[in-house]
Write a protein that binds this ligand. Structure first.
Ligand code: NAD
Length: 507
């Protein structure tokens, strides 16, 4: 049966009004079949969601921190209890394997748990007797209605990088998830309602650029948290700030993993395969470039090839699959085109993912022949300037670049326009420490291939991987979703009388 996904506004489903509303197809990437449709918001639908968020803000910011925390804890319990259901929703629209969907929910839950500590996180400072009889203190207050715009690759986790802290801090939310896998957002909205969140505090509008543009210009939206590709992140940052909003816009990536000659090559090969092909490479922290410091290149490539040959590629709902399909046919075709361009540019195709065996049926017995498949692909002897090196491919294509020294590898990484994540594999503590100091990338792994920081640090890249200065979640998240206010107080008595036009000093 075909599903119809509508917006979620004011605590209930709302369809786009009008005789012929715009809609998008929702696919099951494993079968290639259309499984439903999602409404695309017009300006009126976005305005309705923002109005709901603006009206709910008055009540929600007044709710005590204790009350807000109670709702957060209830949401945490519900999400934990129903994570399998949510994972199945993600698998059916994104295509990733079930265990991976559970993994993204777990990382989102971490942020929910962090936000449960909002009483501690919102505490300000207090200075008694800053001047005679005068105390100074700081408070942090919510912004108002905030917008979150998220990508297809983590339909649950990326929104949860932002909304738990936003809601806990007293803001109200309008979430615009990716139109490619929209159902997770509505599931989360229903959980919020069940957890006792007042209607209108958490709203979802679906759609495309029309919805995004309206959120960027809407006078009642106070901040924008965006995650997606670099060109759109730049556009969102420039447009949102032009309208006077606080904006954090996380963009694309080209993550390099540097392997020094002293590294354990078996562990390095395991890590490269896991980080290169997990979620079919559709992770912003996926390793897409392996920088091998020779003489280990040949041996490392051989070990990676052996591991790729054992990978089971098939539907995400099949418990045996290790890698699923790509999200859409269009994206699969784009990623596959890089196999051709890599060859044309002179890279060596060490493993051709177009020939990888695909598990034939999904768990429901549906045929998978029309799914959006591309198997794990490995290019060796890749060089800067080739499109497989320069572009963010966002698929299961791993490029190996050979270098002669640590210095050459570091220079390559630092010259790259992106700076999201990177990793070094070595048993030399001095080299690792030097790398951590010298590399110009926001998130660094030392023998850890996907160094996504835990919830009480903050997530964010450098350079073209992030526009704005606030990273996601952790302390940065609390800062982003609140405004600071400094109060200077004195309780008057007759000794404070008299005229003095001088500038106040501390005495
Ligand atoms: P995308 O940029 O195509 O879309 C992201 C969001 O922007 C979606 O909600 C989409 O509807 C909207 N959008 C698309 N085109 C738009 C336009 N012209 N104007 C306004 N809004 C528009 O990204 P995607 O394909 O959904 O996700 C993959 C990208 O996201 C990759 O580049 C990946 O690296 C990046 N990503 C980055 C991080 C990070 O933390 N830096 C995390 C996850 C994904």
């Amino acid at each position: 049966m075909s599903k119809h996904i509508t917006h979620w506004i004011g605590g209930r489903p709302v369809a786009t009004a009008g005789a012929a509303p715009r809609r998008g197809d929702i696919f099951d990437p494993a079968t290639g079949q259309v499984t439903g449709h999602v409404d695309f918001a017009d300006v009126a639908a976005v305005d309705q969601a923002v109005a709901a968020a603006a009206s709910a803000f008055t009540e929600w910011r007044t709710a005590s921190i204790a009350k807000r925390t109670t709702v957060l804890f209830a949401f945490r319990e519900l999400l934990n209890a129903r994570k399998d259901e949510l994972a199945s929703i993600i698998v059916a629209e994104h295509g990733k394997v079930h265990s991976d969907a559970l993994g993204e929910i777990a990382r989102g839950l971490d942020v929910v748990e962090y936000a449960c500590g909002i009483p501690q996180l919102l505490k300000g400072g207090f200075t008694e007797q800053a001047s005679t009889g005068i105390d100074v203190y700081s408070i942090r207050q919510p912004l108002g209605p905030v917008a979150i715009i998220s990508p297809f690759n983590f339909p649950a986790m990326v929104p949860m990088w932002f909304f738990p802290i936003a809601v806990a801090a007293g803001n109200t939310v309008v979430l615009k998830p990716s139109e490619k896998d929209p159902s997770a957002a509505n599931f989360l909205a229903e959980l919020w309602k069940e957890a006792g969140l007042p209607d209108g505090v958490f709203n979802v509008v679906h759609g495309d650029k029309v919805a995004v543009d309206r959120l960027l210009e809407h006078p009642d939206i106070k901040s924008v948290s965006f995650v997606g590709s670099t060109p759109i992140a730049r556009y969102v940052y420039e447009t949102g700030t032009r309208y006077g909003k606080r904006v954090q816009a996380l963009g694309g990536a080209k993550n390099h993993m540097l392997v020094l000659p002293d590294a354990d090559l078996d562990l390095s090969a395991d890590a490269a395969v896991n980080a290169g092909f997990g979620a079919a490479g559709e992770r912003c922290m996926a390793v897409s470039v392996l920088v091998a410091v020779d003489p280990i290149g040949d041996e490392l490539v051989e070990k990676i090839k052996q591991r790729i040959a054992t990978l089971t590629v098939g539907p995400g709902c099949n418990g045996e699959s290790e890698m699923g399909p790509l999200v859409t046919g269009q994206h699969r075709d784009k990623v596959t085109s890089y196999v051709e361009s890599g060859l044309a540019d002179g890279a060596e195709l060490a493993v051709d993912g177009r020939k990888h065996e695909i598990t034939a049926e999904d768990r429901n017995g549906s045929p998978t022949a029309d799914g959006f498949w591309l198997g794990p692909t490995l290019f060796d002897h890749v060089k800067p300037g080739m499109s497989v090196y320069n572009d963010e491919i966002f698929g299961p294509v791993l490029s190996v670049v050979r270098v002669d020294s640590y210095e050459e590898g570091l220079a390559l990484i630092n010259a790259n326009p992106y700076g999201n994540g990177t990793a070094i594999f070595t048993n030399d503590g001095g080299a690792a420490r030097r790398f951590q100091y010298e590399v110009e990338v926001g998130m660094v792994g030392i023998n850890v291939p996907i160094p996504v920081p835990v919830a009480y640090y903050s997530f964010g890249g450098w350079k073209a991987s992030l526009f704005g200065d606030a990273h996601a979640y952790g302390q940065d998240g609390v800062q982003f979703f609140t405004r600071g206010k400094a109060v200077t107080q004195r309780w008057l008595d007759p000794s404070h009388g008299g005229i003095n036009l001088g500038f106040p000093t501390n005495n």
